[in-house]
Design a protein around this ligand. Structure first.
Ligand SMILES: [Zn+2]
Length: 488
């Protein structure tokens, strides 16, 4: 079986001489590279491992557009099967041919400008040639499918105005199902043959309504379509890409029964949100992984509560805290500034769960209205760009009169949780109730921000505690209990 990929990059007014391949292509190397420019004035092109140098005459630098065409073969390393996530990044067998672009796994099999690996791709055309019984999902908008010599040619190019972060394609033995919703939104689903009819409608509805919800919350894409591909591999079934995602085969072929935290379907909703978190705004996963995963985790209950009510969010927040409880003494900071932090499960705990909890704290600190304005501004002012945590801080600080700098960067750059000491200073009787005077001291170099209930009988009587390092505060709590242990 033979597959051809014909990618073509078009550089618009950003011509550089050196292009390089990302070194992070897991388990795979390339060979027999040739570069074609279609322009005889580009005199010499030399290729070194991971690098292509083109000598471009000065007069061509003034041109609006230069095209490069690369042809090369990809090979698996000898120890491919033993390398974690290699199979998720790339595969070529009879059931499954793909190059993924999900977060840290592949970042790029296609050359980008040197020293700027996290930069976005320029506009592109991508043609995938596959056997006629296979379906393809790839980066960008599908322009045409044509048959030639018993093979299908799938031609894709970037969506208007915005190119992908990395090119990807998936060739699977799937069937194409297209659902068009009343407002014209089109969902292209590539599903296994034994897909259950009810699952197609249910999953399509879920993707459509979560996508629309996130557009309202985070910013409209105006793309009016989404691509969903069924995909199974040994490491993971899900990848959240730009305006598309993969979900495992069994989600289509087995009856779906979600638990009280909406698993398994919350994972699909999570991937839908990655159109924004990691693609419309594109952080560097090695540094700001939480800008992908904390945001996607936080986005799950935002959509779910629109039809399951606020109780799902309360349950979610409890669950986030439980997920972190075991790691509380080892938790790295949100931003991975130090190479010392190597443990990938701790890094994930920080990015996913601490990241989502941090966004909840920000929401409480800023108030709902300002918080959502800040989130929208973060997306709008960084649309189609690479971002870091400072860009997010700027957007949030811009939408509140409180100074959030100390709190923000403490959680970004300092490990673990805030710590405090607590003691009762005085307890008075007031009618049948007890008034507890409680002193709380921040004992760590990390801002302490917490919600507390002022009256144990009134759930909604809430106040907030905000303590800088070494600061202490006395709070009053009214309760029918005489002991504070009942209140904590
Ligand atoms: Zn994710």
């Amino acid at each position: 079986m033979l597959y051809w990929i014909l990618p073509e990059l078009i550089f618009k007014k950003q011509i550089q001489c050196i292009l390089s391949f990302a070194k992070a292509f897991i388990g795979v190397y390339y060979d027999s590279l040739t570069v074609e420019t279609g322009n005889p004035e580009i005199e010499s092109i030399t290729t070194k491992p991971n690098e292509i140098t083109c000598i471009i005459p000065a007069n061509l630098f003034k041109a609006d557009t230069l095209s490069f065409r690369f042809e090369y073969c990809l090979f698996k390393n000898a120890d491919f099967a033993a390398i974690p996530y290699s199979d998720f990044a790339m595969q070529a067998n009879k059931k499954n041919v793909h190059i993924n672009a999900a977060i840290t796994r592949t970042d790029n099999w296609f050359p980008k400008l040197k020293e700027e690996q996290i930069k976005r791709l320029p506009p592109f055309n991508l043609t995938i040639i596959a056997p006629d019984t296979y379906e393809v999902m790839a980066s960008g908008k599908l322009k045409e499918i044509k048959m030639e010599n018993g093979k299908k040619y799938f031609s894709y190019s970037n969506y208007d105005e915005l190119s992908d972060r990395s090119l990807y394609f998936f060739i699977n033995d799937n069937h194409r199902v297209e659902k068009v919703f009343e407002d014209g939104f089109k969902l292209i689903m590539l599903v296994p043959e034994d897909t259950l009819e009810g699952n197609v409608d249910y999953l399509a509805g879920l993707v459509y309504s979560s996508y629309r919800h996130y557009e309202n919350r985070f910013g409209k894409t105006n793309l009016n379509e989404y691509k969903l591909n069924a995909f199974t591999n040994k490491d993971m079934g899900y990848s959240g890409l730009y305006n598309s995602c993969n979900a495992p085969d069994w989600l289509f072929t087995k009856p779906i029964s979600n638990n009280e935290l909406y698993f398994p379907c919350r994972d699909l909703i999570h991937e839908v949100s990655h159109t924004w978190w990691g693609n419309i705004v594109a952080p560097d996963a090695s540094l700001d992984y939480w800008l992908f995963e904390g945001f996607a985790k936080f986005s799950e209950p935002q959509f779910l509560k629109t039809f399951l009510g606020d109780s799902i969010e309360i349950l979610y927040r409890k669950r986030l805290k439980m997920m972190l409880a075991a790691d509380v003494d080892f938790l790295p900071p949100l931003r991975f500034i130090s190479d010392e932090i190597q443990n990938s499960s701790l890094k994930s705990a920080a990015a996913y769960y601490q990241g989502a909890l941090f966004l909840y704290s920000l929401l409480e600190l800023m108030g709902e209205e300002n918080f959502w304005k800040g989130m929208k501004e973060y997306v709008k002012s960084n649309w189609g760009k690479t971002v870091d945590s400072d860009d997010f801080f700027e957007a949030m600080q811009h939408n509140t009169n409180n100074n959030i700098r100390e709190f923000f960067y403490d959680y970004l750059d300092k490990p673990g949780f805030a710590e405090y000491s607590i003691r009762e200073v005085l307890c008075e009787r007031r009618d049948s109730l007890f008034v507890h005077h409680i002193e709380i001291v921040n004992t760590r170099e990390k801002v302490l921000f917490s919600k507390y209930q002022k009256n144990s009988e009134i759930v909604k009587d809430i106040s907030y505690l905000y303590l800088l390092t070494d600061m202490k505060k006395e709070i009053e709590i009214v309760s029918s209990y005489s002991y504070i242990s009942n209140l904590l």
